[in-house]
Design a protein around this ligand. Structure first.
Ligand code: SAM
Ligand code: SF4
Length: 433
């Protein structure tokens, strides 16, 4: 979501005549788009601003803060950091207005307002993170209020975008040569627009699976979606993936913990048993659907036994990959009232142990592809070896490969077959057929 917001901020500035530079030392204006999910991300902002402000010889750029830290901190950011303006999560479309206010002499400008009625969700081609991949927000905000999480406060309540608008956007992206769209939101499968207009023709027990089928019918070559909320993840989503070749073989389903006591304290709305049923359904698919997840270790009162249950869940689910986070207390959340009683040392021990076991399953998942042929959307030259090209599979694996084509540039943006020859920690390697 943040990458997608950054793309839109950059492209709206570009359309107003600003030039986007690659290096902050060249910039007259530096914008930070911030995350507040964990305290560490917030501290990064303060240290980066401090670094820019301490560079004596360089021009003094204007500094603006966007995103979740901006939304939560508002005015108080001016006391914590030497910045010029603050723009909340829904004010990202007004970034050029903010700059103008500051250039006209307004000090400490803050805009935490709502999104404009006619907000333009499009992104210019030049400002895309990948020229062949487009992010399409389908739902904003979150109503779930997991006890540890700041997102409902920073991004507000859930608001689904109209299906007609989403389908239109996907069709436009397809017309511009985009090969893969990512339908994004904090919980995409909680999608519930005010009307079902645009979805009438499509079947499915939930509005989200009807939307998936509608987006699949646009003919977009690949469709990925993230993140799915376990409680709202129903069998019809897997059915839609099974029926549509262009719905990708990847489900990100954050479990957080393998202990029912911890899940209850987190107020996740799912149990280990209900989660595993969903995993079993995904595993019934004739496609090999890649499963990924998130964990939080060291939640208040998480016992050694609770943690062992998480390891047991990992053994059962055999995730293709996961993000593991150490619990970070966030002011204003219900869990902030609980005593953060798992020491930093213990959190680190659990973090490392979970990572170690997860890495084993990650390797098994990657090794599965060795000797097989996979389809890769070619996106760029590999950063480590410019002779190699790099892209993603339908199940979101990174593949670096050598090509026997004469003009590799012509491969960019194409989906081609690659024979996988080896795997390393996070990447598959191979060559063209
Ligand atoms: N909405 C998604 C869900 O509930 O499955 C997740 C979105 S959340 C922004 C991304 C991840 O950040 C969560 O899955 C969780 O693992 C992690 N996270 C959120 N709050 C956290 C906290 N206070 N400390 C550590 N990790 C946290
Ligand atoms: Fe945060 Fe829970 Fe909402 Fe996910 S569902 S964004 S973890 S409150």
């Amino acid at each position: 979501m943040n990458v997608s917001d950054s793309e839109r901020a950059a492209s709206s500035l570009e359309s107003e005549g600003y030039e986007i530079v690659s290096n902050e030392n060249l910039a007259d204006i530096v914008l930070f788009n911030t995350c507040s999910v964990r305290e560490k991300a917030e501290h990064k902002l303060y240290s980066k601003v401090g670094k820019i402000r301490s560079q004596q010889n360089l021009k003094k750029p204007l500094i603006g803060v966007l995103g979740c830290v901006a939304q939560l901190e508002g005015e108080t950011l001016f006391q914590k950091s030497q910045i010029d303006f603050v723009l909340g999560t829904k004010a990202v479309g007004r970034v050029s207005d903010a700059i103008e206010h500051v250039l006209n002499g307004r000090k400490h400008f803050v805009d935490l307002g709502e999104r404009e009625e006619n907000y333009d969700w499009s992104v210019s081609e030049t400002q895309r993170n990948s020229p062949y991949v487009g992010f399409v927000p389908i739902i904003e905000g979150c109503n779930k209020f997991c006890t540890y999480c700041i997102v409902p406060f920073s991004r507000g309540r859930e608001k689904s975008l109209p299906a007609v608008q989403i389908i239109q956007q996907v069709l436009e992206l397809r017309g511009k040569g985009i090969k893969e769209v990512h339908l994004i939101g904090q919980n995409v499968n909680s999608y519930r627009p005010k009307t079902e207009a645009g979805l009438e023709k499509f079947k499915g027990a939930t509005t989200f699976s009807r939307l998936l089928r509608a987006v699949a019918a646009t003919g977009m070559e690949r469709i990925k979606f993230t993140t799915s909320f376990p409680r709202d993840f129903h069998a019809d989503i897997v059915d839609a993936i099974n029926e549509n070749e262009n719905l990708c073989n990847w489900v990100h389903l954050p479990v957080q913990s393998g202990s029912n006591d911890v899940l209850k304290a987190m107020r996740r709305g799912h149990t280990v048993e209900s989660y595993l049923k969903k995993i079993d359904k995904v595993r019934t698919s004739p496609k090999r659907i890649s499963l990924t997840t998130d964990f939080i270790v060291g939640f208040p009162n998480e016992t050694e036994k609770d943690f062992r249950e998480t390891l047991k869940l990992v053994e059962y689910c055999q995730f293709d990959s996961s993000y593991v986070f150490k619990y970070s207390p966030r002011t204003g959340t219900p869990a902030f009232q609980m005593i953060d009683n798992i020491s930093e040392k213990e959190k680190t021990i659990r973090f490392l142990e979970l990572e170690k076991i997860q890495k084993i399953y990650q390797q098994i998942a990657l090794q599965f592809y060795i000797g097989k042929t996979v389809e890769v959307l070619v996106e760029k030259f590999s950063s480590k070896n410019p002779k190699e090209l790099s892209g993603h599979t339908t199940c979101n694996k990174v593949v670096n490969f050598e090509s026997n084509f004469e003009n590799n540039k012509e491969l960019m943006g194409k989906i081609i077959k690659i024979r996988v020859t080896k795997s390393k920690s996070n990447t598959l390697y191979g060559n063209t057929l």
